[in-house]
Design a protein around this ligand. Structure first.
Ligand code: GLN
Ligand code: ZN
Length: 762
């Protein structure tokens, strides 16, 4: 007989009302002391543990808490501090925050996306690092939970292979060497946990969902062999997620006590069918989606558990979410404005853990034991399924009609660009920005007042208009060539469209950590997505009236809207993506009809959405390209389509980007400028392109000289006729003053180079 227990992989750290964010930001502003920061966060952390205890979870994660990011925590506790911060006290919280956010003396460490999520981690830099155990964090949090709440927690640690693979500052062939340096520290951590009485320790190795080489797999084997030998009395749980493991047969034979597999993403069930699961190991089965906010299909989950049980001979199965609940909001209890049909179908972190307990009960006592919950679950799901949200026949017909159609612009790029150049009449090396302009405290405050009903719709609209007008003037004075309206009416580039399109719903408190204290509130996709009326036309047209320079129409692309929303699991993702694309197409055409000559469709999430398994990349790209083209290809040849992307490791996705067939693309690259330019040396990119010429993520104002160097470097490989000059991302988070100063230098740098080039030609 199999025994069942429940577990969790990680709990959201931000708090029901973002108490965590507020505490951190208060400390950064200097409003509260360090000890009060600790008091506030400790209270929250204990509350989070207590909640999981009350729900009844058997294995409660400890050490999943962080003051910023779990990868940064791992780095700092192993002494992996970037060289430029090594003079500072490694134990101090201010050093920790400085690495994440920069300080007077040094720039922040790079930040990048955690696998295929919108969570950003701080990239560890190993150059000149001598690994040493600065602090056994896991032990600290293990003891805290035990002493304060009597919880025998399950410490959660990022495994050595994932940790080193995600770090930079070494050559690929040095991977083994670096892992070897960290393993002794991991051993010590484990031994100390064993002495303190820990029974299970979870090692997260999501890297096993990606395509590792044989050499890397051997390394994994060696590492876990030696960890197991170091602490034979602690049970090691090797945890994977976001994808099924790529080398299943090898992985399940590793010398650990338990293996955690994701049964929601990828194909773990099939792997078990084909290859079985070793009898001497515990299987930790991720059976509730930790990446989504929708209630599990309890009946379906129960039958999955039964299948897993039948197919394996293990003595123990641990029921758990598919990954850490860091990626979903805390609780739906605080939502008061949602339609009950939607609300009943939702399940945030707390509700997911309750689902796990319900399923556990059924696994132990039979499904009769949860009859009432099963019925309630079924009727909530049916209500959503049969609701009006799912009954849009028009969009369904529209999708059918494009099924076998070739989707492309009416004439090829070289011909349309000639027409566009004639119409737009822009100078060589045109200057522009990415879209958003500084959202000052006043802008945000006014929006909050409006949302609360303290000011009227008219007052709010006229405030946005005034702000736009002010910035059109500033852009004119700066001498920019292509202007933007500034996106002052948008809190967030995805939520804004979620609020306007049919098929979406927005929550009040559905916050999820994105990076550091920054949280985002992804909209929900409940049903068929469609478009009723223009969303952005008024703002753009109003702005265009104030200037003779072209003002870009600004939209968020279908891939990004899909990726940054919580899409209901019953809805096929690519269908939703195409529905969003068709809606955007209508918006694009409405902008064109209103006289807008340049339309930018942003796709910052294109890279991040890539599956962990490279075999699935072509399918993903095909769908992305199709959706982008659906949205953009029916405009006139003279209308110029732009797109923008962030954090692109451009080389890997070069072809797909070319396939999008946007006339102009801008890419966020100032932190890795050289590498990106190299890609153009190898390929022959024909279309127009703007490589971010300065970094907007830092308050520093770049000098004209510095910007000129970046431009000149790019012009060594890219023809000046193709090249645009722009910052590397939106300016929303910057202050007004620094923005104006930086843009002024950018425009001047462009002018100097432009004049020099034109003089040469004469
Ligand atoms: N147009 C958006 C902005 O400027 C693009 C943001 C992004 O790339 N994430 O804010
Ligand atoms: Zn960007």
């Amino acid at each position: 007989m199999t025994t069942f227990i429940s577990s969790n992989l990680g709990y959201p750290r931000i708090g029901e009302k973002r108490e965590w964010k507020k505490a951190l930001e208060a400390y950064w502003r200097g409003d509260i002391t360090e000890s009060s920061l600790y008091d506030r966060t400790t209270e929250l952390r204990l509350k989070n543990l207590k909640k999981q205890q009350d729900i009844g979870i058997d294995l409660i994660p400890v050490g999943d808490f962080s003051f910023y990011d779990q990868v940064l925590d791992t780095a700092v506790s192993f002494g992996a501090i970037p060289k430029r911060f090594q003079q500072e006290d490694p134990q101090s919280i201010d050093t920790y925050f400085a690495i994440a956010r920069g300080n007077k003396g040094a720039v922040a460490a790079e930040m990048t996306k955690w696998f295929n999520t919108n969570y950003h981690y701080i990239v560890p830099e190993l150059e000149d690092v001598t690994p040493q155990l600065v602090e056994n964090r896991a032990l600290h949090y293990y003891k805290e939970a035990k002493e304060k709440l009597g919880i025998d927690g399950k410490p959660v640690i990022i495994g050595p292979v994932t940790f080193v693979k995600l770090s930079k500052g070494y050559q690929p062939e040095e991977l083994e060497g670096w892992v070897d340096k960290f393993v002794p520290l991991y051993k010590q951590v484990l031994q100390e946990l064993a002495e303190a009485g820990a029974s299970w320790v979870q090692f997260d190795e999501p890297i096993l969902g990606t395509n590792l080489s044989n050499r890397e797999l051997e390394l994994v084997e060696k590492v876990y062999q030696s960890l197991k030998e170091a602490a034979p009395n602690v049970k090691l749980l090797l945890q994977t997620y976001f994808e099924s493991v790529q080398n299943y047969k090898k992985i399940v034979e590793l010398p650990v006590d338990g293996i955690g597999l994701d049964f929601i993403h990828g194909d773990s069930l099939n792997l078990i069918k084909k290859f079985g699961f070793p009898q001497d190991k515990v299987l930790a089965a991720g059976i509730v989606n930790g990446r989504n906010v929708w209630s599990a299909d309890l009946e379906g989950a129960l039958s999955l558990i039964k299948q897993i049980d039948l197919l394996t001979e293990t003595d123990q199965i641990i029921l758990q979410p598919s990954c850490s609940l860091l990626h979903v909001p805390v609780t739906k209890q605080t939502e008061e404005k949602l339609d009950t049909v939607i609300l009943n179908g939702l399940s945030f972190a707390d509700e997911k853990l309750t689902e796990i307990q319900t399923l556990l009960k059924a696994a132990k006592e039979g499904s009769e034991a949860i009859q009432a919950q099963l019925e309630e679950n079924k009727s909530a799901r049916n209500a959503l399924e049969s609701s009006t949200y799912r009954k849009n026949e028009e969009i369904t017909r529209e999708l059918l009609s494009i099924e076998n159609k070739e989707i492309k612009r009416s004439i090829p790029f070289q011909e349309r660009i000639a027409k566009q150049r004639e119409k737009l009449n822009l100078p060589l090396l045109p200057t522009t920005t990415i879209g958003s302009l500084p959202q000052t405290a006043e802008v945000k405050g006014t929006r909050t007042k409006w949302r609360k009903g303290d000011i009227s719709n008219e007052e709010y609209a006229s405030f946005v208009e005034k702000e736009t007008a002010k910035w059109i003037q500033i852009q004119e004075d700066l001498g920019l060539d292509v202007l933007v309206h500034g996106e002052f009416e948008r809190t967030d580039m995805v939520e804004y469209f979620g609020e306007k399109l049919n098929g979406f719903a927005v929550t009040e408190f559905g916050w999820v950590q994105s990076y550091g204290s920054r949280c985002v509130k992804p909209p929900l996709v409940v049903g068929d997505v469609s478009w009723d009326e223009p969303i952005t036309v008024k703002e753009i047209v109003d702005a265009q009236k104030l200037t003779d320079k072209p003002v870009k129409g600004m939209l968020t692309g279908p891939v990004t809207i899909l990726n940054w929303s919580f899409v209901h699991e019953e809805l096929p993702r690519y269908t939703v993506q195409n529905q969003i694309a068709l809606s955007l197409e209508k918006e694009v055409l409405a902008l064109e009809k209103a006289g807008v000559q340049i339309i930018q469709v942003d796709e910052p999430a294109l890279r991040e959405g890539l599956p962990l398994d490279r075999l699935r990349w072509p399918e993903y790209f095909d769908a992305a390209v199709k959706a982008f083209r659906l949205a953009t290809s029916t405009v006139q040849p003279e209308t110029q389509i732009h797109t923008h992307m962030c954090y692109s490791e451009f080389g890997e996705i070069y072809e797909a980007i070319d396939e999008l067939d946007a006339d102009v693309i801008s890419i966020e690259t100032s932190r890795s400028h050289g590498e990106l330019v190299d890609t153009f040396e190898e390929n022959n990119y024909e279309k127009e392109i703007g490589l971010g010429v300065y970094d907007i993520h830092s308050p520093r104002v770049p000098s004209i000289e510095e910007i000129k160097q970046n431009i000149e470097r790019a012009l060594q490989t890219i023809d000046a006729k193709q090249f645009w000059i722009n910052p590397d991302c939106g300016l929303k988070t910057r202050q007004e003053e620094e923005t104006v100063a930086a843009l002024e230098n950018m425009v001047n740098a462009a002018k100097e180079i432009r004049e020099a080039r034109l003089a040469q030609q004469k």
